[in-house]
Design a protein around this ligand. Structure first.
Ligand code: SF4
Length: 283
């Protein structure tokens, strides 16, 4: 029987502020999962700490709300153990680009087959308005009373430089487009990142009204295998492009692990190896 949107919504009522951009992301994610008809019991949603980390609470899937900045390594472990399941990681700009920023490059190197939804509202919202790595330079916040004096981190060029095998940007104000992007990200084999600009109502560093007119879809003839072109488009700010910047097909972590196991089994005479035999084979 085909799933319906209600199948993906947990019984927990969202406690986000009215009008929070994260509602748009939840809606797009539920729609994408419904269109792909993935059974909720075949999904693991792993989140970090922050307002967007609550996403995993509101999904009727297996979920894990981890510690700050650790959504990606937890999701990596889940996928390595259960490659048959759809594994989603999710969190905000502070969680994913600040505290947990160092994890993305290593997950990208492994090309673990997870989809990471990184929601950027350019502020730490849950802890009441401290500057994050994407708060614009000069902006006054609780932790920058004289204005942020650091450069703003450019997330998409970093993901491209890390060679994440699927890199996209969406906006919570454009739910229909975001649904399609998330759907493509989940079907991609390998690590996919959907970087979502999601305005915060309470600490509006990213202005909600402005967000409605600051994005435009990538040119229809954009070649998503052309990383250098993707890099140039990622730096454009007026307008800011949304869509899939880059996609490449390469072996995933589980492909590589499986190939090692097959090699060991072949050397053991083609039998399915026990854990002890595999360990003994490698030492
Ligand atoms: Fe959303 Fe901002 Fe409220 Fe957090 S503080 S729930 S990001 S509007």
């Amino acid at each position: 029987m085909k799933t319906t949107l209600r199948d993906y919504r947990s019984i927990i009522e969202p406690v986000w502020c009215p009008g929070c951009g994260d509602f748009g992301v939840l809606s797009a994610l539920e729609k994408a999962l419904g269109e792909l008809d993935i059974l909720p019991e075949n999904i693991i949603a792993v989140s970090g700490i922050g307002c967007s980390g609550r996403l995993s609470h509101y999904l009727n899937t297996y979920s894990l709300h981890g510690t700050h900045g650790r959504a990606v390594p937890l999701a990596l472990g889940a996928k390595a153990a259960r490659p048959d399941l759809t594994v989603l990681a999710m969190g905000g700009d502070g969680d994913g680009l600040g505290i947990g920023g160092g994890h993305i490059v290593h997950a990208a190197r492994k090309n673990v087959d997870i989809t990471y939804l990184l929601l950027d509202n350019r502020i730490y919202g849950l802890t009441k308005g401290q500057s994050s790595p994407t708060t614009p330079i000069g902006r006054k916040t609780k932790t920058s009373p004289w204005g942020v004096y650091e450069d703003t981190l450019a997330a998409i060029p970093i993901f491209l430089a890390y060679d994440v095998s699927f890199v996209a940007r969406g906006a919570s104000v454009n739910v229909k487009e975001l649904t399609g992007i998330i759907r493509e990200a989940i079907t991609h084999r390998g690590m996919s990142i959907v970087y979502v600009l999601s305005p915060c109502r309470t600490f509006p560093v990213l202005d909600f009204k402005a967000a409605k007119s600051m994005f435009t879809p990538l040119p229809p003839d954009h070649d998503r295998t052309d990383k250098m072109k993707a890099m140039a488009l990622a730096y454009a700010n007026d307008p800011m492009y949304t869509g899939v910047f880059y996609e490449v097909d390469k072996p995933t972590l589980n492909d590589r692990l499986d190939s090692e196991v097959r090699k060991a089994e072949a050397e053991l005479g083609g039998r399915q190896a026990t854990i002890e035999q595999l360990i003994n084979h490698f030492i």
